[in-house]
Design a protein around this ligand. Structure first.
Ligand code: JAH
Length: 302
């Protein structure tokens, strides 16, 4: 057993080797090593009863391809999931399922246990999902309107979307998933950056292409200020804000003099302002504004 609050994910498939690399690398791989996620990958053929380990059969009513046998799937799920469902949720990837969304991912991240049933061929006999509904929640889910060769790739898509929402997995102990603070589930929140604009990093000029400046940069500043003030007001602060277009250190010194500030707190994304000043912005500000400057990174947990 892993840590408390760990998410247990069981995957049933005829290709268990398919999952080795994807679940072993990056955020999810590390989360698994820490015990924040626990994986069980099961070879469906273990529950086949004939010498050929057959898992498929001809479809009733004819038509192309083969259908996965209900008896094999039933025995597998009976063994993997306790008879009372054990708080597990069964997820069956299928092109005819309900569309998988960020909200569904957030719901899954809050579950103690997910079981992915990965079909192949023309899919799993329809009575399997129906029978399992007697003991647990069963979701038939689609990750997009196209037909794959099986449910494995779709399961990986969902596991990745769920995995990065788990506490401690992304390195964001609190913010992701907190809708009022612009988590991924909030279309006006952090996901806006991913769904809407392009992003840029150094160098400022690359292959004669400039990072957008002027009006485009100002629009970004206006939005960033809006979001920050909203969050501060929501937490009871009467903070005011203003957008600065001239040199930020001069503007900061003028503001410190104007309001008689005792201290300046710089809250910044790592490297966001440094890039412009070529060295630590807060330590330069300290010399220039004459009051203590406390610098916080937006990814800090304290
Ligand atoms: C194909 C079982 N929504 C993408 C998706 C998910 C599952 C499948 N195809 C597409 C699939 C064959 C057998 C599942």
């Amino acid at each position: 057993m892993g840590r408390k609050n760990a998410l247990r994910i069981d995957i049933v498939t005829i290709f268990p080797e398919y999952f080795g690399s994807p679940l072993g690398v990056s955020l999810i791989g590390k989360a698994a090593v820490r015990g924040d996620i626990e994986f069980g990958v099961h070879d469906l053929r273990r529950w086949a009863t004939d010498v050929h380990h057959t898992v498929d059969d001809l479809p009733f009513g004819g038509g192309p391809g083969m259908v996965m046998k209900p008896d094999v799937w039933g025995d597998a799920l009976d063994e993997i999931v306790p008879a009372d469902g054990g708080s597990a949720r069964l997820v069956v990837p299928t092109p005819s399922g309900v569309p998988f969304t960020q909200d569904i991912a957030a719901g899954y991240a809050a579950e103690p246990r997910l079981v992915f049933a990965c079909g192949r061929y023309e899919g799993i006999d329809g009575r399997v999902a129906e029978a399992m509904r007697d003991r647990m929640l069963v979701d038939e889910v689609s990750v997009g309107d196209y037909v794959l060769a099986g449910g494995e790739a779709a399961a990986l898509v969902m596991i990745e979307a769920v995995g990065r929402l788990l506490p401690g997995v992304l390195g964001n102990a609190s913010s992701v998933g907190d809708d009022s603070f612009g988590g991924d589930g909030d279309p006006d929140g952090a996901m806006r950056g991913l769904l809407e604009g392009p992003v840029y990093t150094r160098p400022r000029t690359w292959r004669e292409r400039e990072v957008p400046e002027g009006e485009a940069a100002k629009d970004f500043g206006v939005r960033a200020l809006e979001v920050s003030l909203q969050a501060l007001h929501a937490s009871g602060s009467e903070a005011e804000g203003r957008l600065v277009e001239d040199h930020p250190l001069d503007a900061l010194r003028a503001l410190v003099d104007e309001v008689g500030a005792d201290e300046v707190i710089v809250l910044t994304d790592p490297h966001y302002v440094e890039e412009f000043f070529h060295r630590d912005w807060a330590s330069r500000a300290r010399h220039k504004v004459g009051v203590p400057v406390l610098k916080l990174f937006s990814h800090s947990e304290a």
